[in-house]
Design a protein around this ligand. Structure first.
Ligand code: NAD
Length: 484
């Protein structure tokens, strides 16, 4: 595949946003899309920067926040809301762009957005955080940057269902007459209009992505891995929402060996496999990994990324694998649970070394997929399965009665239970998520068949995303027709 002529200096100085744009450029070249169309796709449509004061105790603090809508080719624009002291506009624009591409790959009819508030949540009490979040939400909602049909936030680093509940309540107070007020934000607690299975959705999506990958023997072989997930030696970076849930289900259900977990304060290693639940419990109680009894601790967390393993799953933050350490990575496969954990320059080095990468815009699409389910549930004002669950149960029971009458044998209890069980909302959410992850991976493989010079999943993923978005812009007469 033709590569872009970027000098070492250009590569080193590339921003997160620049890296994402370069990935689009690479896919544009690979599929022969008009570069002018790529420019339309890459442009971030709108960015709002806010500086707002909040009175805390006896002093006033001024906070800085952003909301970026990368693409409104589909509405609402959807994206996570990040609370971090390191957040900046370049990062928010890059993350908003990733959301656009992710939604296109997962076939979700949303544009891409992202929000950020420059704050270290650990420095504030819960009451203070509520006050700050409500104020930020009010500023955004008043300018239509939070709205069920325009722009809809979800949890990301530093936020959870708690902040989403505060945002939903703020919106409701501002616009009580809006019938669809609950759909102004996703990732809410279930009791406040959320959907079962959203909290762990991104982690489950990571699991489904890996399960699907291992269903394709040629893909597994080209990653120089042996068949099957059981006993694969896996290293995780980040034990927050995404890292914890993916590590938990992969170790408990797929029997992978989590041999190391890397956090900010260090790494805990156990070649026999860590009990993820226990590590998380210890981490939550003590605020770090140091002293965890069932593993060896090392405070050098950055070098731990270079450990020999089958699969490395970065689930913390962007730019963790870069030009400086990419040549030392020993994993055979990298599964990007975080957004942008591998920089553009590192991606070039790693793929050049034959390391398989499953890209963020595919792997972590589980969160926005279940957010989409939550949003449609909020618009329908009814939980999934409510109408048909008992009807399905009745049909199952009738089927068993008929089978028993015809065969004059009793259906075994376990089979009886399975056949006569109607799907719960969680069953439906999981089924929809699994289907999304499987279909998206098969789409990546199709693209690689259509364009045999595309040898990596990231370029294939971007090729799908930009083709779909280009088609949608073409329908509006904004760009030249994309190739079929
Ligand atoms: P989180 O705040 O719950 O967890 C992040 C974890 O990473 C924390 O435990 C933190 O201590 C750790 N961490 C941060 N920097 C680190 C470093 N340098 N080394 C080791 N550990 C570090 O955040 P999250 O929601 O789990 O998000 C993680 C990543 O996944 C982010 O890139 C986010 O954008 C992405 N993501 C999240 C979701 C979601 O639904 N929450 C969806 C899609 C993508």
């Amino acid at each position: 595949m033709e590569k872009q002529a970027l000098t070492d200096n250009q590569l080193e100085s590339m921003s997160f946003r620049g890296g994402v744009d370069s990935m689009v450029d690479r896919a544009t070249l690979a599929i022969g899309l008009n570069p002018d169309t790529a420019k339309v796709i890459q442009a971030c449509n709108a960015v709002l920067q806010l500086k707002f004061p909040v009175k805390l105790n006896n002093s006033v603090e001024v906070f800085t926040g952003w909301w970026a809508v990368h693409s409104a080719h589909r509405l609402p624009a959807k994206g996570g809301l990040r609370f971090s002291a390191l957040v900046n506009q370049d990062e928010i624009e890059a993350l908003a762009a990733l959301m656009t591409y992710k939604c296109a790959i997962a076939d979700i009819p949303f544009g891409g957005a992202k929000g950020g508030l420059m704050i270290n949540p650990a420095n504030y009490s819960e009451d203070e955080l509520r006050e700050i979040t409500r104020r930020f939400a009010m500023e955004l909602a008043r300018k239509d940057f939070i709205h069920p049909s325009v722009s809809v936030p979800a949890p990301d680093m530093g936020t959870s269902s708690r902040e989403m509940a505060w945002i939903a309540d703020t919106y409701k107070l501002l616009f009580p007459e809006d019938l669809n007020q609950n759909a102004c934000v996703t990732g809410k607690p279930v009791e406040r209009g959320g959907i079962t299975g959203r909290t762990e959705a991104t982690g489950k999506g990571v699991q489904y992505a890996l399960q699907e990958f291992f269903r394709h023997p040629d893909a597994v072989e080209s990653a120089r891995l042996m068949d099957g997930l059981p006993d694969k030696r896996v290293v995780f970076q980040g034990l927050g929402n995404v890292g914890y849930h993916s590590a938990k289900v992969l170790s408990e259900q797929d029997k992978v060996k989590v041999i190391a977990i890397i956090e900010r304060d260090g790494v805990v290693i156990n070649e026999e496999g860590l009990n993820v639940h226990d590590v998380r419990q210890y981490f939550v109680e003590t605020g770090g990994l140091k002293g965890f009894p069932a593993g060896d601790y090392d405070e050098n967390s950055t070098e731990a990324l270079e450990m020999e393993c089958d699969i490395l799953i970065p689930a913390a933050m962007e730019s963790q694998i870069h030009a400086g350490n990419a040549s030392r990575i020993q994993a055979r496969m990298i599964v990007e649970a975080a957004n942008g954990p591998v920089t553009y320059e590192a991606d070039e080095i790693l793929t050049g070394r034959g390391i398989t990468i499953l890209p963020d815009i595919y792997v972590n699409a589980g969160g926005v997929t279940v957010s989409y389910f939550e949003w449609t549930r909020n618009l329908s004002h009814m939980r999934f399965g409510r109408l048909q669950r008992r009807y399905d149960e009745l049909r199952g029971q009738n089927l068993i009665t008929a089978m028993e009458a015809l065969t004059e044998k009793e259906v075994p209890d376990e089979l009886d239970r399975e056949i006569s069980r109607g799907a719960s909302e969680l069953d439906l959410v999981r089924s929809g998520l699994d289907d999304t992850m499987r279909t998206a991976f098969q789409d990546l493989r199709e693209v690689m068949k259509t364009y045999p010079h595309i040898r990596d999943y990231r370029t294939a993923a971007y090729a799908i995303a930009i083709t779909k978005i280009a088609k949608s812009y073409y329908d509006l007469g904004m760009v030249e027709p994309p190739r079929p």
